[in-house]
Ligand binder design. Structure first.
Ligand SMILES: NCc1[nH]cc(CCC(=O)O)c1CC(=O)O
Length: 348
């Protein structure tokens, strides 16, 4: 690990590239942009279906789908339909899907106990997908918000989101997800100390191969709005998440969080949201050189899909441009609701 360095310090750059350009007209940078073949040869980054993680929303019921108004083109799916989505992922070559449960208000409680129930919606969906399509990697979300009466990611006592008690709950939730067959746990809660606690519990309980993709640098963002509609948390949320999610003004803090999560046993790290935080992706990748992911979140999707639906932008082109941007910023992969559409285009 390279030492933490200020952004003006060149030592954090992987290499210092000093282009030696002969003076014009010897150098004409347009020579390599002349046609698609030359542009392809000179391309520095490439987006592949291997880079995609597809987030899906699951709900109770049979053979049904409910469109999410603020995410045009995205629906909540019953488990049988989610299995079909996983088959689609396999057929398209998308390596992983990520499950988010839509939990009815009547199941949300202050103690969030449904979160670690072996047969909750998320765990049943995981088991169904792993038995039908074992080759698709299943990632699950470790955070209490879908199950919490007040919509927070942690347990609330007297108006305070309590850290250590939440971590205990998250450990139980992580173990239940691992037991259901989840390949990658995605702690999105931003409590302190949860990665180490989960890693120890996973090792102790025989889940040494379960990976952790930590939402390490997760910002308190208004871009999550449509997601909270999708999982039915918008109405429930009391206040905001600023005492645990990051201040959008900060960048060095993201490196401290990533360093901490790696030291506690995270296998992969995430920056979230994506497009407004590409500078963070680049700093994380340069500093640590570990598998680094970005989440192109619901609000980013809604902006592109909404403007596309109005004919204000070319949706397909903007989608692909936004995704290569993550690769250019150093990401190894992207969680994106565009995954199946992007995969279809990439597969030609
Ligand atoms: N643990 C909650 C969670 N997990 C993923 C997202 C957002 C994903 C998106 O907006 O697409 C959120 C929302 C939040 O923190 O309020």
């Amino acid at each position: 690990m390279r030492p933490l360095a200020k952004s003006h310090d060149e030592s954090r750059q992987p290499m210092s590239l000093t282009p030696i350009n002969a003076p014009f007209p010897s150098t004409r940078l347009r020579r390599l942009r002349r046609n698609p073949a030359l542009r392809g040869l000179a391309a520095e980054n490439v987006l592949s279906v291997d880079d995609l993680i597809w987030p899906i929303f699951v709900m109770e019921g049979d053979n049904d789908a409910h469109p999410i108004p603020s995410m045009p083109g995205v629906s909540r799916l019953t488990i049988d339909r989610a299995v079909n989505a996983a088959k689609e992922a396999r057929d398209l070559g998308i390596p992983a899907i990520c499950i988010f449960p839509y939990v009815e208000g009547s199941f949300k409680t202050e103690d969030c106990k449904l979160a670690w129930s072996a047969d909750n919606l998320s765990n049943r969906a995981t088991a169904a997908i792993k038995s039908a399509v074992p080759e698709v990697v299943v990632m699950t979300d470790v955070a209490l918000d879908p199950y919490n009466a007040n919509g927070h990611d942690g347990i609330v006592r007297d108006g305070v989101i309590v850290n250590d008690e939440t971590v205990e709950a998250l450990v139980k939730m992580a173990l239940a997800q691992a037991a259901a067959g989840s390949d990658i746990l995605g702690p999105s809660d931003m409590m302190d100390g949860r990665i180490g606690a989960m890693r120890r519990a996973l090792e102790a309980d025989g889940f040494q191969d379960t990976a952790i993709l930590s939402y390490s640098a997760k910002y308190a963002s208004a871009f999550y709005g449509p997601f909270r509609d999708a999982v039915g948390a918008s109405g429930a949320l009391v206040g905001d998440k600023k005492t645990y999610q990051m201040n959008p003004a900060n960048s060095d803090e993201a490196l401290r969080l990533v360093a901490r999560d790696l030291a506690e046993g995270a296998d992969m790290v995430m920056v979230k949201p994506g497009m407004p935080y590409l500078d963070i992706c680049r700093r994380v990748k340069d500093q640590f050189g570990v598998p680094t992911y970005a989440y192109q979140v619901s609000g980013e999707y809604a902006m592109i899909a909404g403007a596309g639906a109005n004919g204000w932008i070319n949706e397909e082109q903007v989608m692909m441009e936004s995704l290569i941007g993550f690769k250019r910023a150093g990401c190894d992969g992207i969680l994106t609701y565009f995954a199946p559409r992007a995969a279809k285009l990439l597969n030609g």
